[in-house]
Design a protein around this ligand. Structure first.
Ligand code: 13P
Ligand code: SF4
Length: 301
């Protein structure tokens, strides 16, 4: 039996669903029951009644699925697949900040550990950050963590001050204004999209700064036939598959998130075979980390 047939059979036996982030390998997205951005995956996990969830993405995404679907067995096929940005906001440092700044509201990007989420007021994703921050009174003091680029883009677009934690996505932070200028020169007819994890000076040169889910929607709905894609290259798989008549150009910079690529078909089959790689969080962490995520889902309905 080949690996794909084996995964399909194991999935049935285990009453499992497979969810994959838009940056995972093409073959992983193809075997998944659902693929999406961080917000879409969180919403699916929240409404999921499967006994087993195989979360193909980085660790914080698997933790979010466990927090929102605590009765399910959540399997993470590559336990070493973390998000370097999530590690930039250590829970102890966030707790200390909170104690020293009791009048400041803490907004955490979902790219944070469960322990860090337990210390904050509201979560957001790149798909709903603008809506969530815009809903807050302008005189409310806010610290946005850990992504100073996403936070900086919000400060600019919403014209509201916020404290910014010193973190970033190393992959998106490497994208430069020159990369965008080069792409425009090479593809003058193309619509230019970037992820809001890019620096403010990079998003300023793009036509759109959207989450991965937002980009997928845009390329479907926009009548243009060429697009420059300023984010991790894994998303090109779905873009090409869903829009066969359109052309997509990655940046010369070739942004690759190695952590996302650690999820392979072999590892998915392995965790389904023996239910290994289970995400385990204690009940108190689940309860504390759930509150800011639920607030986010409520505010972004
Ligand atoms: P999205 O929510 O846009 O999928 O982004 C997640 C992420 O990790 C981007 O680097
Ligand atoms: Fe984290 Fe960046 Fe990878 Fe997204 S692309 S998972 S933010 S390191």
């Amino acid at each position: 039996m080949d690996i794909i047939q084996e995964i399909i059979q194991l999935k049935k036996e285990r009453n499992a669903v497979i969810m994959a982030h838009n940056y995972t390998l093409g073959e992983v997205q193809d075997i998944a029951d659902y693929s999406g951005d961080s917000l879409e995956l969180a919403r699916i996990a929240a409404g999921c009644d499967a006994k087993v969830i195989v979360l193909c993405g980085v660790r914080f995404m698997a933790e979010t699925a466990k927090i929102l679907s605590p009765d399910a067995v959540v399997l993470h096929p590559a336990p070493d697949s973390g998000c370097p940005m999530a590690d930039m906001a250590d829970a102890e440092a966030v707790k200390k900040f909170r104690e020293e700044n009791p009048d400041t509201l803490l907004i955490a990007y979902v790219n944070t550990t469960a322990a860090t989420k337990s210390e904050v007021d509201i979560c957001c994703t790149s798909g709903n950050a603008e809506k969530i921050v815009a809903a807050l009174p302008k005189d409310q003091k806010v610290m946005f963590l850990p992504d100073a680029n996403l936070g900086g883009n919000l400060v600019k677009s919403l014209d509201r001050p916020m404290g910014l934690w010193n973190g970033c996505c190393p992959i998106h932070n490497r994208i430069t204004p020159e990369d965008i200028r080069q792409a425009r020169a090479a593809h003058p007819e193309a619509v230019v999209m970037v992820h809001p994890e890019c620096k403010v000076e990079v998003t300023a040169l793009a036509d759109f700064a959207f989450s991965t889910g937002g980009m997928l929607k845009l390329v479907k709905e926009n009548p243009a036939t060429e697009f420059v894609v300023g984010t991790e290259i894994g998303i090109l798989h779905r873009m090409k598959k869903e829009n066969p008549g359109k052309k997509f150009y990655p940046l010369e910079n070739n942004p690759v998130c190695e952590d996302m690529k650690k999820i392979t078909l072999e590892k998915i089959a392995a965790v389904l075979r023996d239910l290994s790689g289970e995400v385990k969080l204690d009940a108190q962490t689940i309860e504390k980390a759930r509150r800011p995520i639920e607030k986010m889902l409520e505010l972004s309905k």
